[in-house]
Design a protein around this ligand. Structure first.
Ligand SMILES: Cc1ncc(COP(=O)(O)O)c(C=O)c1O
Length: 426
């Protein structure tokens, strides 16, 4: 008889994403392959070409080994709406357990289209202009791999979400960045004009922004559309935090005049519905662009998450009060943690959206946030990540003392973290 040990419930708790490579793993440098491009792009090739763990893996391991509160990673520690969870259970019971269609179940594509209409007055055709993906991550990967020819340029803002750099490098593209500087993290328009050229294939934007919590102003969005037209570039926009905004309404760039025809809009249900492990994402855009991306996407995962697709459709159809409630609760959590960080002696940037707030450790005497984060668990019992992890090596000095804290955690956890962080001020 084969005994299968039942895992303890706590073993199923999320450790968050981005820790595929354990700190203990050693990958041989002699093993050549495309992985090296991806790893180099994501700044994970260490001395002699060894694969380094991501900062998230390193910090999560530290949180586990020290028992510290993990404010390093962006995953909620509370469940999302009961209706959505129940819909997934029901779908499994109803036998929704086999491959869905390649572009996703109609019920979800129709819900995505209706959501775009309800919130943004966009009306993507659910059969031709909506594709369901394995999270926003797969949509980003498939888009970049599908649209890039070797040597093309991709412009992103910096700091950037780590998967962008890995995929850009894997695709053989050149990564150009435009700096977002503290405390407001808005790009300089001349820098942006300078970065985009006829070599630019994709302008990849992320608003609301991880890791800074900034939202891109309308004038910047307009300039991006203008530059995309001028240089015949495609706009790719990552909007996974679209509903997690604090007072300001999210403006999808696809709603701007002249944008739709050259824009791929990417989002997912993970953040909005606290279901980051379900990996239900999507992209909307003109069908010729989506067809090209689908040619790659179908050989990445083909399809995913059958029973979760109708459940996310339920979520997208929830009343406005749900969406306001999610943002409102998160805003209170932002306020709570931001106040705690200020009291502890950090200079705190006001987060306009997302799960994250940036705090400058310089007033506390810490010029190197990466070093501080390695010691933060022993100093305060809290884990956070340095912003420099989201910045290319040559630009790290401009962000050296900045730390990202996640506030998508229970109120009591944030209260405890704030009290512990206060020890830094003493
Ligand atoms: C900016 C950004 N884009 C994409 C993702 C990944 O989204 P998903 O889990 O839907 O793949 C994340 C997750 O942290 C993110 O912060």
């Amino acid at each position: 008889m084969l005994w299968v040990q039942r895992p303890e419930p706590t073993r199923w708790r999320s450790y968050g994403g981005n820790e595929i490579i354990s700190p203990e793993w050693k990958l041989s440098m002699d093993l050549s392959g495309a992985w090296q491009r991806a790893a180099r792009g994501a700044m994970l090739l260490g001395e002699g070409g060894a694969l380094k763990p991501t900062i998230f893996a390193e910090m999560s391991a530290l949180a586990l080994s020290t028992g510290a509160i993990n404010l390093g990673q962006g995953f909620p520690d509370e469940d999302g709406p009961a209706e959505v969870l129940e819909a997934a259970r029901q779908a499994i019971s109803d036998g929704v357990n086999q491959y869905p269609p390649g572009i996703g179940f109609p019920v979800l594509r129709e819900a995505i289209s209706a959501h775009q209409k309800r919130f943004y007055d966009l009306a993507p055709d659910p059969d031709r202009e909506v594709v369901v993906t394995a999270g926003a991550t797969e949509a980003l990967a498939a888009t970049i791999l599908a649209l890039i020819d070797t040597g093309d340029e991709v412009v992103t803002f910096e700091p950037f979400y780590d998967s962008y750099a890995a995929m850009i490098a894997l695709s053989g593209a050149v990564h150009r960045t435009v700096a977002l500087r503290a405390p407001y993290f808005q790009p300089d328009h001349d820098d942006l004009r300078h970065a985009v050229s006829d070599r630019t294939r994709i302008i990849l934007i992320n608003s609301p922004h991880n890791p800074t919590g900034a939202m891109m102003g309308r004038e910047t969005l307009e300039l991006i559309v203008e530059l995309a037209h001028k240089h015949d570039a495609i706009i790719v926009t990552d909007e996974v935090y679209e509903h997690l905004t604090f007072g300001q309404t999210h403006v999808p760039i696809a709603t701007l005049p002249g944008a739709w025809d050259r824009t791929v809009t990417i989002s997912s249900g993970g953040k909005t519905f606290s279901t980051t492990g379900w990996k239900v994402g999507w992209m909307t855009g003109p069908s010729d662009l989506l067809q090209a991306i689908l040619a790659v996407k179908q050989f990445l995962t083909y399809v995913n998450a059958a029973p979760f697709q109708p459940a996310i459709a339920v979520g997208l159809g929830l009343p406005g009060a749900f969406f306001e409630g999610v943002a409102g609760v998160l805003q209170q959590k932002r306020d709570l943690l931001s106040a705690g960080l200020s009291l502890a002696g950090f200079t705190v940037s006001e987060s306009q959206a997302s799960y994250f707030v940036v705090a400058d450790a310089l007033p506390l005497g810490f010029a190197d946030a990466a070093e501080l984060c390695r010691h933060l668990p022993e100093l305060t019992g809290v884990v956070a990540v340095p912003i420099s992890a989201f910045v290319n090596d040559e630009n790290k000095s401009g962000y050296a003392s900045l730390v990202r804290f996640a506030f998508c955690k229970k109120v009591e956890v944030l209260e405890r973290a704030s009290a512990q962080l206060a020890g830094l001020a003493r």
